[in-house]
Write a protein that binds this ligand. Structure first.
Ligand code: PLP
Length: 262
């Protein structure tokens, strides 16, 4: 059976991140992709020029319309933009009984904010508890916890434990992404109740990392719908994303942070 995967995220017209990346990653992982938009960005590989959010009710109405008609096997949440959209999405997803992968998108690769600062607390309080897996990178983990960013694997372990305690409010798991560490490797850390597993990966020297977080979380939602095991799904999604980063050199898309290859 082909799983139906709903992405709730923003649009990136350059195709490297947001719902455009999600739909490609969902298809490539064997799912049928659907997308409820939270907002539009005006951007290319060099940066975000503007962003416009949709009304929170309108975001929730898209999600409800999909659920009213279609079996949803997993949800991926990406850019939400505001605290009001965070609350609207939490409300419309509560009680649906489907796996939810929450990518707590806060800042684009070029440094532009994609989530209002006052929305971080809302994300922590309303969405982390209903997520099956959260996939923060190190700056996002630091923001969620309100502490400085991890610089070592020991810091990562400590922050992973703190996030796991937050995620455990809803029986969730954490995939803490170590791509922002400075070493030769780019290890991720998977944590769920009683499980701590390092998922090692080499660092790939490339500027084409635009949308890697989107790609990973959409692949993870699809794999989760297929195998129902968060750790196994994380391994598959990570392998897929590494392949997409390695293949990015085949693309000639823009002059900034280029997209990965799906
Ligand atoms: N969602 C949207 C709409 C974006 O434009 C971006 C980055 O530009 C992201 C999410 C996050 O991208 P990344 O996967 O590179 O962290």
């Amino acid at each position: 059976m082909i799983p139906n995967i709903l992405s709730i995220a923003g649009s990136d017209p350059s195709g490297g991140a947001g719902i455009q990346a999600d739909l490609k990653a969902i298809s490539a992982n064997g799912g049928y992709g659907m997308a409820a938009l939270t907002g539009l960005t005006v951007q290319n590989t060099q940066g975000v020029r503007a962003a416009q959010l949709l009304a929170p009710d309108f975001v929730a109405a898209q999600v409800a319309a999909v659920f009213d008609d279609i079996r949803v096997d997993a949800v991926k949440i990406g850019m939400l933009g505001s605290a009001a959209i965070v609350h609207a999405v939490a409300e419309v997803l509560t009680g649906r009984g489907v796996p939810v992968v929450l990518d707590p998108v806060m800042v684009a690769k070029g440094g532009d904010r994609l989530l209002a600062e006052d929305a971080v607390a809302a994300l922590r309080a309303a969405l982390v508890p209903i997520a099956t897996v959260i996939t923060p990178n190190l700056p996002e983990a630091a923001d969620l916890l309100g502490i400085p960013e991890a610089a070592t694997e020991d810091d990562m372990l400590r922050q992973g434990e703190a996030l796991a305690a937050l995620a455990a409010l809803g029986a969730g798991a954490v995939l803490l992404k170590g791509g922002h560490l400075s070493g030769a490797d780019s290890p991720d850390l998977f944590l769920s109740s009683g499980t701590r597993v390092w998922l090692p990966a080499p660092r790939v020297a490339t500027a084409n990392t635009h949308g890697t977080g989107c790609t990973l979380s959409a692949a993870l939602a699809t794999q989760l719908a297929l195998c129902r095991d968060p750790l196994q799904a994380a391994r598959e999604a990570k392998a897929y994303t590494l392949g997409a980063i390695r293949g990015a050199g085949r693309l000639t898309v823009g002059r900034g942070h280029g997209p990965t290859d799906h």
